[in-house]
Design a protein around this ligand. Structure first.
Ligand code: SF4
Ligand code: SF4
Length: 325
């Protein structure tokens, strides 16, 4: 099998949208067994406007302390489940990481997370298609590929695996930054039980510019330290938190209805037209909205994931904050 790889030029541009400056060579595919041609993957990435990277399914080692310190809400406190793909799929051999770019929000107090079609659905569908492709290519294997898909739904630390798979590097704003796409992309994982060639870490640019501190200075709540996010102070997390918020949390929301993109909008890797954000009063729209109207207007977005009740909670807090100021 390995001989095939050496004679046939492999389509290193499986990640073409991303790895333009980082072309892979056949040597990068030395472990490649049943798959000898990645042109379908390159086409897939191009057709679906996404980036793809692959890493092995060995547990993350260097990220363990960072992830333990982060105390991220909405994820399991069991650190082993966050770093070890075989705890999700015991026969796991490879992790395919897909990044799907999204547009910045047109509304000034609504994160891009809440705009556009719900990325959970979009990315899950893309990963299912990718799995079909793998199944078709897995000609030498009688069994279909065993897999687990995670899009903000499993235990693995998605961003850490995106870095391992070469999609980008850790920014000081705690986001994964692709030198080509910036940080405005969502991530999904496809864990599979077949060995695949791994893509190397981003070579051209692999860290934030030494003197850049923009995200830390721009954060309105001082939630950011270099490469560390204090989630208890982060507006984005607080707007997504369920239940009744404490007084300090209500203050930290400021005028953000859902999510917060400030530490991304200021990043030089994100080429954003900041003048395009609307100042439309989405807050009073949400306050006065009935469920039926909400479903019609936002039913397909990630806003529906948190629901109207929670958004109205946030909108009421914002109205209260305005009265205080
Ligand atoms: S999302 Fe907003 S509050 Fe959270 S770290 Fe970034 S700028 Fe600060
Ligand atoms: S704003 Fe600067 S320091 Fe912050 S993530 Fe972007 S490049 Fe890195």
């Amino acid at each position: 099998m390995a001989g095939k790889n050496k004679t046939k030029p492999l389509q290193a541009d499986i990640c073409r949208g991303f790895f333009e400056t980082n072309k892979l060579t056949n040597a990068d595919f030395a472990d490649f067994s049943d798959f000898s041609d990645f042109s379908d993957f390159a086409n897939f990435a191009n057709q679906h406007n996404c980036i793809i990277g692959i890493c092995d399914a060995l547990p993350l080692t260097t990220e363990k302390s960072r992830l333990s310190a982060a105390k991220t809400p909405f994820v399991t406190p069991n650190i082993e489940k966050r770093i070890n793909p075989t705890l999700a799929l015991p026969t796991a051999k490879s992790v395919i990481v897909l990044g799907k770019p999204y547009l910045p929000s047109p509304h000034k107090n609504l994160s891009s997370l809440g705009c556009g079609t719900d990325y959970h659905v979009t990315i899950k569908n893309l990963l299912k298609k990718l799995l079909q492709l793998l199944d078709c290519k897995n000609l030498n294997c009688k069994n279909s590929v065993k897999s687990v898909i995670m899009v903000d739904s499993g235990n693995l630390a998605e961003r850490a695996f995106a870095v391992k798979a070469g999609l980008g590097f850790w920014g000081r704003n705690n986001m994964v930054i692709s030198p080509k796409l910036g940080s405005f992309f969502n991530i999904g994982l496809l864990i599979v039980d077949i060995p695949l060639p791994t893509t190397p870490a981003t070579a051209a640019i692999s860290e934030c510019p030494q003197n850049c501190n923009r995200c830390i200075q721009a954060c309105p709540t001082n939630a950011l330290k270099p490469y560390f996010l204090d989630v208890s102070l982060c507006t984005s997390y607080i707007t997504q938190k369920k239940g009744t918020l404490t007084e300090p949390e209500q203050t930290l929301i400021g005028d953000q209805l859902f999510g917060c993109d400030i530490c991304q909008l200021c990043c030089p890797f994100n080429k954003v037209d900041k003048t395009s954000a609307k100042n439309t009063d989405i807050i009073s729209d949400i306050l006065n909205m009935q469920q039926k109207e909400f479903d019609q207007q936002f039913g397909k977005t990630a806003l529906a994931w948190r629901g109207l009740t929670q958004l109205q909670r946030n909108a009421n807090i914002i109205a209260g904050n305005k009265n205080k100021s």
